[in-house]
Design a protein around this ligand. Structure first.
Ligand code: V47
Length: 361
């Protein structure tokens, strides 16, 4: 196996195998891997880079799981544990709509007691307070937890949340599927198999989702590729993933003592390999909160075609030491993309292009 052989396959639009992706991930020539990814990306999206105007709402940090990488979670009774009430959620949704957001991204810890009715009510509340906002909410891990607490089949939980206003799912909670690493990172979390099973059900119910990978901690390069291979296989079946989001591990204030997050070269190469290997997932998203704004901009030359988003309020990455700002403005995102020599395209949550009046926020 050699770089020119792999480049020829990419040129011909052929699917790469796991060994080839592994080779690229270990390849010392970052720019060569990046160039291939940029080629694959250009074929799919030309010079266009998507971004969206959104707001994150983290409704609780109470969580029954104790994932070693997570600096956000708290136990019931901790002084800085919180759960937003519906009025507060309504206020944040209304503020998002007033600020020109098209989407709210709503996730939380696995709350020990809240009943399914709370989540249904929360969705209805958001819909009422911010009519027109697309509600992207709840990871596969949260859905599985709601089903356990309610003692209901997952299909019923998905149907009820959909009826209450759920429109798509973010990709969180996937972490790394490999059991070896997962057992050290998050032994109480649903398994990788279950995460994929839940997402399969979500897609079959007609909802779209994203997929994430938390990387740069205890996993091996082969486990990283194995994670992407499982996403690609599910996507071949369902076609329900819209975007892949690679989340570099933020290493402050977590329980993974002494484990340092990935450097810039590793991050860029991982995004490039994702673009090349995940040939059936349309969008590779850079989440600037975890990458840092400048590296997120550079990643646009390494196969990335989507920047999330204005965000407004972020806790999961910042509690773990992310040094990025809390929010970016729409203008800031547009400028960042233009300065990278690309064409900014504001999208909605289903990747349809939005046209705004020039003076809109
Ligand atoms: O599920 C937790 C990860 C995720 C850390 O789908 C950490 O559009 C790095 O999933 N270092 C939440 N990562 C964020 C997420 C997300 C973000 C933006 C867009 C989308 C999308 C999804 O953050 C968690 C977990 O995998 N995480 N702790 C940490 N120390």
């Amino acid at each position: 196996m050699s770089l020119p052989e792999i480049a020829a396959k990419v040129d011909a639009g052929m699917r790469l195998g796991e060994a080839e992706a592994g080779f690229l991930l270990q390849c010392p020539d970052l720019l060569a891997v990046g160039r291939l990814a940029a080629l694959a990306n250009h074929r799919m999206h030309g010079n266009r880079v998507y971004f969206n105007v959104n707001r994150h709402i983290n409704y609780t940090n109470l969580c029954v799981n104790r994932c070693a990488f997570c600096a956000f979670r708290r136990d019931e009774g901790d002084v800085d544990g919180y759960s937003l009430d519906l009025e507060e959620v309504a206020a944040r949704a209304a503020a998002a709509a007033a600020a020109g957001a098209t989407e709210v991204h709503v996730v939380g810890g696995l709350h020990p007691h809240l009943p399914l009715e709370f989540y249904e009510e929360m969705l209805r509340t958001i819909h009422k307070s911010g009519p027109g906002l697309h509600i992207k909410a709840f990871t596969a891990v949260e859905l599985a937890h709601f089903a356990t607490v309610a003692q209901l089949p997952l299909e019923e939980v998905i149907d009820r949340l959909r009826a209450a206003g759920l429109q798509s799912l973010p990709g969180g909670g996937a972490e790394i599927f490999a059991e070896r690493a997962r057992l050290q990172l998050c032994p109480e979390k649903i398994s990788g198999d279950r995460w994929l099973e839940v997402m399969g059900m979500v897609h079959r119910s007609g909802l779209r989702s994203n997929a994430t990978m938390l990387f740069g901690h205890l996993e091996t390069p082969a486990e990283r590729i194995g994670h992407m291979a499982r996403l690609r296989a599910l996507q071949d079946e369902t076609g329900g993933f819209q975007a892949f989001v690679a989340l570099p591990f933020q290493d402050r204030a977590t329980r993974l003592d002494g484990v340092r997050g990935p450097g810039g070269v590793d991050i860029l190469k991982t995004l490039a390999v994702a673009r090349l290997f995940l040939d059936n997932i349309p969008h590779i998203k850079a989440y600037w909160v975890m990458l840092g704004v400048k590296l997120a901009q550079v990643s646009l030359a390494f196969g990335v075609n989507d920047l999330d988003g204005t965000v407004v309020e972020e806790q999961i990455g910042h509690r773990a030491g992310a040094v990025s700002p809390q929010a970016l403005s729409r203008e800031g995102l547009v400028r960042l993309i233009r300065k990278a020599g690309r064409i900014p395209v504001e999208r909605d949550s289903l990747y349809r292009e939005l046209k705004r009046e020039p003076d809109a926020c």
